[in-house]
Design a protein around this ligand. Structure first.
Ligand SMILES: Cc1cc2nc3c(=O)[nH]c(=O)nc-3n(C[C@H](O)[C@H](O)[C@H](O)COP(=O)(O)OP(=O)(O)OC[C@H]3O[C@@H](n4cnc5c(N)ncnc54)[C@H](O)[C@@H]3O)c2cc1C
Length: 462
């Protein structure tokens, strides 16, 4: 059954609320006719993945130069996860190293240490590149962790500092129950404005002919006998392309049924908190946060803090397989509402208008083996995908899409992307056979909790 049109009214995020002026792309191409001639590329989905693909394909020197590129979205640009997230661009693989290495049948990623290092360095590179792209880098604390024992990474350093002294951890973090903390490079962006900016740059490209049609839900993808691929947009028409890229994240199973149970939607929530006077002005927080068994948070320039809760707070059947982002769970709201008061040193009394002021939800895409699905879709010539970031796309997708665009140009996998992200028939079969469905709690030996200071022997010996 198609996911769109949706039979509910979505919540509105802070990001959607603060980007709806004339230069935003709300309703762009909503009334326009879809092209009837064959186009080179159709990108389905105009979240951060689709927008980054459109942007990168339309740069001078990229595979889309001189080509026609059509972006389709079932709703407005960035109206799903990308416009409703926590805005945190934070490398995370270092924190879930043991989980990525745990066996699939325990709910882990089934990777070896070197494959996890591939992801860690990829995320580090993504952050460097994203910050260059968005110029919103807002924190950096760099110390080297020696990885010389891994031949592949002999000359690379991890930016990672561990503070194990509780008093120092509390002073640095301003969290009253902190016992240790890690400092890693990370940052944030306004994801709705970011997606809009990428789309605008794509639309303005002189190198490629880019068109964007909002409110054009695709209901099916068909490989045609002549080698082309058609995308059925129901009453809006059919677009035929040489290549199609599926950037529909949590909704992918509706277009590619073979990803059912491998790419699983999961409801997540985020909120905005106005800090008290003791956390404003010169006393403002100066970094982004990822709190173990707590939320993550970023600072906006003028509107306070954005919080996103990690999965530990709501690992239930009420969140997995849920695509309804009109839902706000009161328990999550109450937990987020009290979090600053309970944990920040001297947070102080909240005046009216301070504390939690806005709460919304969105749908992330849980990947069965905890890694995104990237590249050519097996059994579907001319169809490509980038989806399934397990709630962590901002730290990965700009670099993934850059590599995917190279693959579209050369026909070869771009080794700048971790090989373990490549979608293959074997990977899908293995995940189907071995991975634990997120609803099978009793079978899971690991959960997406964060690094607790203990590392496996294999990692410690790297
Ligand atoms: C509450 C929340 C907090 C999060 N916090 C963070 C964070 O702080 N840091 C981080 O790294 N990640 C975070 N994430 C995850 C991050 O938002 C996603 O990984 C990322 O946005 C994925 O981008 P995307 O473009 O692939 O997917 P989406 O933004 O979901 O875009 C998919 C697009 O495809 C369109 N679409 C779907 N089906 C069709 C169809 N059939 N036809 C046409 N269009 C279709 C949708 O309308 C949508 O616009 C969070 C997610 C949520 C929900």
């Amino acid at each position: 059954m198609p996911a769109f049109p949706q039979p509910f009214t979505s919540t509105v995020s802070h990001w959607q609320e603060t980007n709806r002026g004339p230069t935003s792309l709300w309703s762009h191409g909503r009334e326009a006719s879809l092209p009837t001639e064959v186009v080179d590329y159709v990108i389905i989905g105009a979240g951060a993945t689709g927008a980054a693909l459109g942007y990168q394909l339309s740069r001078a020197g990229a595979g889309g130069v001189g080509k026609s590129i059509v972006l389709l979205d079932a709703k407005d640009a960035a109206s799903c996860a990308s416009g409703r997230n926590g805005g945190h661009v934070a490398p995370r693989a270092w924190a879930i190293f043991p989980i990525l290495m745990a066996p699939l049948e325990k709910g882990g990623g089934g990777l070896n240490a070197e494959q996890v290092l591939d992801i860690i360095f990829f995320e580090q590179d993504t952050w460097i590149w994203s910050s260059a792209l968005s110029k919103t880098r807002d924190s950096r604390s760099t110390f080297g962790v020696d990885t010389d024992a891994s031949p592949k990474y002999k000359h690379r350093k991890l930016d990672w500092t561990v503070i194990m002294d509780p008093a120092e951890a509390k002073r640095v973090s301003r969290i009253n129950d902190a016992v240790a903390c890690n400092l890693v490079p990370s940052g944030s962006w306004h994801p709705h404005r970011g997606v809009t900016a990428l789309l605008r740059l794509a639309l303005e490209s002189k190198a490629a002919n880019v068109q964007f049609f909002s409110w054009a839900p695709a209901s099916g993808i068909t490989n045609l006998a002549n080698g082309l691929v058609s995308v059925d947009c129901g009453p809006r028409g059919i677009v035929t392309a040489r290549q199609v890229i599926v950037a529909t994240n949590a909704y992918t199973r509706h277009l590619l049924p073979e990803t059912q149970d491998l790419l699983v939607p999961r409801l997540a929530q985020a909120c905005r908190v106005v800090p008290t006077a003791s956390y404003s002005g010169p006393e403002s927080l100066s970094t982004t946060y990822t709190v173990r068994e707590g939320p993550y948070l970023i600072q906006t320039p003028n509107s306070g803090l954005i919080f996103g809760p990690y999965p530990i707070i709501d690992e239930t059947e009420h969140v997995f397989n849920v695509e309804d982002d009109s839902i706000i769970t009161p328990g999550v709201g109450a937990w987020l509402d009290s979090w600053c008061r309970d944990h920040f040193v001297n947070w102080g009394k909240e005046s009216a208008g301070e504390g939690l002021v806005h709460h919304w939800s969105g749908v992330i895409c849980h990947s069965a083996d905890l890694r995104p699905f990237v590249g050519a879709v097996p059994g579907r010539p001319g169809v490509f995908i980038s989806a399934g970031y397990s709630g962590h796309g901002m730290a990965q997708l700009v670099n993934i899409t850059r590599g995917l665009v190279n693959q579209l140009r050369t026909g070869q996998w771009d080794d700048a992307i971790p090989r373990s992200f490549a979608l293959t028939e074997h990977r899908m079969e293995r995940a189907r056979a071995e991975a634990v469905h997120p609803l099978d709690y009793e079978k899971r030996g690991v959960t997406l909790k964060y690094f607790d200071g203990t590392v496996s022997e294999e990692v410690a010996n790297l």
